[in-house]
Design a protein around this ligand. Structure first.
Ligand SMILES: [Zn+2]
Length: 391
């Protein structure tokens, strides 16, 4: 007994296949005549011509000036003289659920070759991407390896941000002259060369995944490099290279931590560490991590929510990642040893977006025998502002 639902789904899959994919399956030789249009000889046996036939990628249809037009299934029916079900099988590369094949041995062979070629292309692209990622990881590790620990300039920067002298954590180092590129990792023009604080980004296996850069200029009040792009807009003083998603910075590292203080930015988390240390708290089993950014703190959301007040440029309500976590997406892994997870809420960022991220993290990391708490900085202040003002 054929399930109607399964058959409908199989049919829909054929109908939704992009028309250029179908043309490729049929090995049509077409030429691009407009951004979303290709033309060439008509594939219907006996029609031919040179340019009477065309496919339109936007409308996902074909048309022949002699034979008329239709969708991808219609195109296969016409080009191969197949009935509807056989044409769907041709496009999907598999017979209808619970049915035998309707295709000739030649067509089956042709489809198997096509599938193998597609799989090989996907594998090659994957291998290229992996090689590219590994090269970048190697370059970043090299930068980290050659960076200077316990540098005086870093001490001065942290004093500026925290209002007091601290021993520079071993996970922070200095690159004396780091180029600032106009595009991406190391592409485009070099806009400036400046000292940079670097911190390694790691994953659950402890493996080096990337590097976080803070470009410094101690002549400025906040100690950070101030650069403008060609349009006069300020460029971020912080950059991330390598793989960030689901990874983090172990700012203050301990083995098997029982308490984990987890926040978004390096300076904020350091401020909390300093505040706790200065009142004599025993921090021997407390780790301090940063998630690099707010989205990474909560991980991916299952669905976006409408922001209660923010509007887009076109005046529409803005959508932001909602409070429910997508548990299938990669996310930062909190060690099993952690029984007390303290999430730091930044009061200078958008409150609703921050609350959604913290709600995701709370839902994601809550479990039997572990408390998940949120510590908010006072209104409109960061933890490092509080510390600096108190100093
Ligand atoms: Zn035709």
């Amino acid at each position: 007994m054929i399930s109607d639902l399964a058959f409908d789904a199989w049919k829909d899959r054929a109908a939704l296949r992009p028309i250029d994919d179908v043309a490729r399956l049929l090995q049509l030789s077409l030429k691009k005549i407009a951004p979303r249009e290709w033309a060439g000889p008509c594939p219907r046996p006996g029609c031919g011509g040179h340019d009477r036939f065309a496919i339109n990628l936007t409308k996902n249809v074909y048309n022949c000036r002699h034979c008329g037009g239709g969708d991808g299934i219609g195109l296969v029916m016409m080009a191969r003289s197949l009935d509807f079900v056989a044409a769907c099988e041709f496009i999907n590369g598999e017979p209808a659920p619970d049915r035998d094949t309707r295709l000739s041995a030649d067509d089956q062979e042709r489809l198997a070759q096509e599938a193998a070629a597609r799989a090989a292309a996907v594998a090659k692209r994957q291998a290229d991407e992996n090689a590219h990622r590994e090269r970048e990881r190697g370059r970043l590790y090299d930068i980290w390896h050659r960076a200077i620990p316990d540098a005086d300039l870093l001490k001065a920067y942290l004093r500026l941000r925290l209002g007091t002298d601290i021993a520079v954590p071993s996970r922070l180092r200095l690159v004396r002259e780091m180029p600032y590129y106009s595009q991406g990792a190391d592409r485009g023009d070099i806009l400036a060369r400046a000292p940079a604080m670097v911190a390694p980004i790691v994953g659950a296996d402890g493996r080096f995944r990337g590097l976080h850069f803070t470009y410094l200029d101690l002549a400025r009040p906040n100690g950070k490099l101030h650069l403008l792009d060609a349009a006069g807009e300020p460029l971020p003083a912080k950059k991330v290279r390598g793989s960030k998603e689901g990874h983090w910075i172990e700012l203050i590292r301990v083995d098997e931590p029982t308490t984990l203080v987890h926040g978004e930015g390096i300076e904020k988390v350091l401020a909390v560490w300093l505040a706790l240390a200065s009142v004599g708290r025993d921090l021997t089993t407390t780790a301090f991590w940063t998630s690099v950014d707010l989205g990474n703190l909560g991980g991916k959301s299952a669905a976006s929510w409408t922001h209660p007040s923010l509007k887009s440029d076109k005046g529409r309500p803005q959508r932001v990642p909602g409070p429910v976590p997508d548990l299938d997406a990669p996310a930062i892994e909190i060690p099993d040893s952690v029984t007390d997870l303290v999430l730091l809420g930044d009061s200078t960022s958008d409150r609703f977006t921050t609350q959604c991220a913290l709600a995701r993290a709370t839902a994601r990391y809550a479990r039997e025998g572990r408390t998940v708490r949120t510590a908010w900085a006072p209104a409109d202040k960061d933890f490092d502002d509080v510390l600096r003002e108190a100093a």
